[in-house]
Design a protein around this ligand. Structure first.
Ligand SMILES: [Zn+2]
Ligand SMILES: [Zn+2]
Length: 79
């Protein structure tokens, strides 16, 4: 799973913590942005490095476009 800030490419370590409005602190990427204490879903996630907000799903980069996949793994043609 490739997870990093879409604005500065900061890669959040496992020990990174985000604070919910209820006061609970946890790693938001372990719960897809859902506070395990009060259940609030955070659709925007603030970067702890550049402090800018981005949509939570924009942090996930493990779904490259089809073109990139084909470039990295060109199909072998049997002749
Ligand atoms: Zn950032
Ligand atoms: Zn909460």
């Amino acid at each position: 799973m490739e997870i990093y800030c879409p604005k500065c490419h900061w890669d959040p370590p496992a020990e990174a913590r985000w604070s919910c409005s209820c006061g609970h602190a946890w790693n938001t990427f372990e719960t897809q942005g859902r506070c395990p204490n009060c259940g609030k879903v955070w659709r925007q996630t603030q970067c702890l490095a550049c402090h800018r907000w981005s949509p939570h799903h924009d942090w996930y980069h493990d779904l490259p476009p089809v073109e990139a996949l084909l470039e990295q793994h060109p199909a072998t043609v049997e002749s």
